[in-house]
Write a protein that binds this ligand. Structure first.
Ligand code: SAM
Ligand code: SF4
Ligand code: SF4
Length: 413
């Protein structure tokens, strides 16, 4: 089995060097065992699309989440683990499960499954030169993450690719989640960031970037910012972004006239469903469906406890270890013209809870448009950083810190 793509920063390219990348297809062709995708999720859908390109059909999906077992997923049954063990003990399992990969792999090995694969094992079987781009388009974002995109697109050698960019529109929000990773309840005064200034910073970044794989537009609650359609339109028109997600907490349904711009192949709305708190999830889903806008409802099972802001007195070696382990380490975020590596760094600096470490961020405001040095500065920021000093004020988002109930509201103080 090859490295799953979820550990992609720096590590993922390793898979290109593996010699047994055709193993998955060869093994399944030589064996009539059924194929089961473990994880009825975004990655699960990408695996399904990849298998379709390979003309391989899975038997079903498996998922540990009882809620997901209730409905069909893209037309396939979602079975519980017990049924997988009882009815599919000889199956080829493809794990499609982001940060839960290790946990599921352990679960499968303990139950005696031998043929376990990951997303990259499947992607590696696709002959990109011989496959029409229209078929590959659905999985482009995943291909980009796994370093395979240059095999199908003609990109210049000195290209700058940005894997992920969060664009923060507002610190206003309809909820006050005690452990919000964006520290929204810590803002003394909440405000929308200036739209023209956001657009100016984005343009400076786009000028020296060839491709951005994944952009998230978010707040706070971005639907409170009436300018969100304008920024979304600007991003769509760059033509340089593979996928844009608009993140909302399911408490607001904007009018159709504001949502319409989101009807685009590369755009999706993610509704974070915090149960009772996300009162408008259903109404919003209905609006998006009616308008033909791609969306998904995202349930959260645990949030990370990033801890307080005091210094942990970590050495540079310890900071690097913390940074490497943290799931937020590539959630690069543009906030008020400054580009940070994670929300703790951006919102922490903005609220004054984390000291302003100048080496932790790039102040895009200080660069004139077309400034040639920005490209190399960005390249080094995205690809060479071993840690940020903000990690000294944080416990990180790791499997150990995922201990909190999501979206618990602050009690009045
Ligand atoms: C800060 S929110 C902003 C968007 C919107 N207000 C929402 O909650 O969906 C962005 C994402 O961070 C996640 N998040 C917030 N606090 C978190 C934490 N402590 N651990 C893990 N994820 C967290 C939220 O679930 C959401 O998906
Ligand atoms: S996590 Fe909660 S407080 Fe933070 S931005 Fe989202 S809804 Fe608002
Ligand atoms: S450990 Fe570092 S990278 Fe992770 S959230 Fe904290 S400050 Fe950000």
């Amino acid at each position: 089995m090859t490295m799953p793509s979820t550990t992609w920063m720096g590590l993922v390219l390793k898979f290109l060097a593996t010699t047994d990348s055709m193993n998955f297809l060869k093994k399944t062709a030589a064996n009539s065992s059924p194929i089961v995708i473990f994880g009825a999720s975004v990655i699960g859908k990408i695996i399904l699309d990849s298998l379709e390109i390979l003309n391989v059909q899975p038997a079903c999906f498996c998922d540990n989440d009882i809620q997901k077992q209730r409905d069909l997923f893209n037309g396939y049954e979602v079975i519980p683990f017990e049924k997988l063990c009882a009815d599919y003990s000889d199956a080829f399992i493809i794990i499609a499960a982001g940060r839960y990969f290790d946990e599921i792999q352990r679960q499968l090995l303990n139950a005696g499954f031998e043929n376990i694969f990951c997303d990259i094992d499947v992607l590696s079987c696709i002959n990109f030169k011989k496959t029409e781009y229209s078929k590959l388009q659905k999985i482009t974002w995943h291909l980009a993450k796994s370093g395979k995109l240059s095999e199908i697109l003609d990109l210049p050698g000195d290209s700058l690719h940005i894997p992920r960019l969060n664009v923060v529109l507002t610190s206003r929000c309809t909820l006050r989640c005690e452990h919000c990773s964006s520290l929204i309840p810590h803002y003394k005064k909440q405000y929308d960031f200036d739209t023209l200034s956001i657009i100016a910073s984005l343009d400076k970044i786009f000028t020296c970037t060839n491709l951005i794989y994944h952009v998230e537009l978010l707040g706070g609650e971005l639907f409170l910012d009436k300018d969100f359609p304008r920024i979304a339109e600007h991003l769509i028109n760059t033509g340089k972004i593979l996928h844009i997600d608009v993140i909302t907490n399911g408490t607001i349904v904007p009018p159709d006239s504001m949502l319409e711009i989101l009807k685009h192949d590369n755009v999706g709305v993610v509704i974070d469903d915090y149960g009772e708190l996300s009162k408008k999830t259903e109404t919003l889903s209905n609006s998006l469906q009616r308008l033909g806008i791609d969306f998904r409802v995202n349930k959260h099972w645990a949030w990370a406890d990033l801890g307080g802001f005091d210094s942990r007195n970590l050495s540079e070696k310890q900071l690097a270890k913390m940074f490497a382990r943290c799931n937020f380490n590539s959630c690069t975020e543009l906030l008020d013209g400054k580009l940070h590596r994670c929300p703790r760094s951006s919102h922490g600096t903005e609220t004054g809870l984390v000291p302003e470490y100048s080496e932790d961020f790039i102040d895009i405001n200080k660069f004139s448009p077309n400034n040639k040095s920005l490209k190399e500065k960005l390249r080094s920021f995205f690809y060479d950083k071993k840690f940020i000093r903000a990690c000294n004020h944080c416990n990180g988002n790791t499997s150990d810190s995922l201990t909190l109930t999501p979206a618990e509201q602050q009690t009045q103080r």
